[in-house]
Design a binder for this molecule. Structure first.
Ligand SMILES: [Zn+2]
Ligand SMILES: [Zn+2]
Length: 395
């Protein structure tokens, strides 16, 4: 059996170098041009078949083994976040207000390492491995997985299994966390426009005050969570943006609330959306205002891992020295890896990077998010191991 961890150790410094290079030049969703170029160059140097401009700025590379077998797809997302970096690393972002604060730079570097390990073992490889470098995971809505799927990355040859790995600032360094079934939420974004009737702050009785009504709506829709959804179901609703008004003595015409609903199953999701709209409209009506409620049309679905594949994968990787496999706790973040899982069974798993001794204590999306780079070799080796095992038709 190939010892991918040993081989990942040998290229560890290059994985870290690539990661830092990408970290210095973060690119926002749909703008990942330099990153895609770096990715394509490295993949071409390995002798892989490479296609660029897939689903926008995405890159698809294919590695065919010498024996016939199954088709496995491995995915890394490439985009950064609109955050001003506040870490103390010497390879800090060179781009003002943009940072790889979710670790997608590490995903790219690890998967490039994996491509290298597998290319070196082409002779032992059954079937085909597809490497998917996708744009715009952080964007929401259309995201980056969907355009790549529409560009045919899951077909010709048809993907049998798909795997994705996310680095996680909440898990201890070296932990590999797996969970079968739902693992991440559907993130449904909503906007509630409250239409009142403006006027003078001293004469509210002549107006319909949308700010006052907005306050009632914010409180009332929390009741969907506590009174209308099965308490056994994980569910959260957050209003993250409130906009209205220009001056202290003017009652404005309208107020706009924006927020997110997170659910882990489709029935709860449907009910929650309907109830939020109903409560918002009802409260507005009671105070003489009107509500227009809109949900983002193509929000990411729930990320549902295949139970069998997840169990098999965690069993395979439980043997990797230096790591510890554990069951992933449920969380209500969203991921467009969910869309790949609609096309083929697979699993989305997590690699811990929390290490207080190295100051890696901040969560993903924090301006202080810092990665324990010693874990990158585990990620690289784990993806290679999964690809080798799942392409083998005997498994
Ligand atoms: Zn993120
Ligand atoms: Zn992410």
């Amino acid at each position: 059996m190939v010892n991918f961890l040993n081989e990942a150790r040998k290229i560890e410094s290059e994985i870290i170098k690539t990661r830092r290079e990408i970290h210095k030049k973060p690119e926002l969703a749909y703008q990942e041009k330099a990153t895609a170029k770096l990715v394509a160059e490295q993949l071409k140097a390995l002798g892989l078949e490479v296609k660029t401009g897939v689903g926008g700025t995405g890159v698809l590379a294919t590695l065919k083994g010498v024996k016939t077998g199954k088709v496995v797809a491995l995915r890394a997302d490439m985009d950064a976040l609109p955050i001003e970096e506040m870490t103390d690393v010497d390879f800090k972002s060179n781009v003002k207000g943009v940072m790889h604060a979710c670790g997608h730079d590490t995903h790219v570097a690890m998967l490039l390492g994996t491509a290298r390990l597998l290319a070196n073992h082409k002779d032992e490889l059954f079937g085909t491995v597809k490497f998917l470098f996708q744009p715009a995971e952080e964007h929401g809505g259309r995201g980056g997985a969907e355009p790549m799927i529409q560009d045919g990355v899951m077909e010709n040859p048809k993907v049998d299994f798909v795997f994705g790995l996310h680095i996680d600032g909440d898990e201890k360094s070296g932990v590999l966390a797996f969970r079968g079934g739902p693992v991440m939420a559907a993130p449904d974004t909503f906007e509630i426009k409250i239409i009142g009737r403006g006027g003078h702050g001293a004469y509210p009785h002549q107006t319909v005050d949308p700010i006052y009504v907005a306050a009632q709506v914010i409180i009332a829709i929390q009741g969907v969570s506590s009174r209308m959804i099965d308490p056994i179901q994980p569910f959260v609703i957050t209003v993250g943006s409130v906009h209205s008004g220009t001056k202290e003595n003017i009652i404005p015409d309208q107020a706009i609330l924006q927020g997110t609903i997170r659910t882990l199953d489709e029935a709860t999701r449907k009910r929650a959306k309907a109830k939020v709209a109903e409560v918002a409209k009802g409260v507005c009506r009671a105070f003489g205002a009107k509500a227009e409620v809109e949900f983002e049309k193509d929000a990411y679905p729930v990320t549902v891992n295949d139970e069998k594949v997840t169990e098999q994968a965690s069993k395979i990787l439980s043997k990797m020295p230096g790591t510890r496999v554990k069951v992933r706790a449920l969380q209500l973040g969203g991921e467009d890896f969910s869309r790949f899982l609609h096309e083929a069974p697979g699993t989305f798993y997590f690699l811990g990077t929390k290490n207080p001794a190295k100051g890696c204590i901040y969560p993903n999306h924090s301006p202080r998010f810092k990665v324990d780079e010693d874990v990158l070799k585990f990620g690289t080796a784990s993806l290679a191991q999964l690809a080798l095992e799942f392409t083998n038709p005997k498994n």
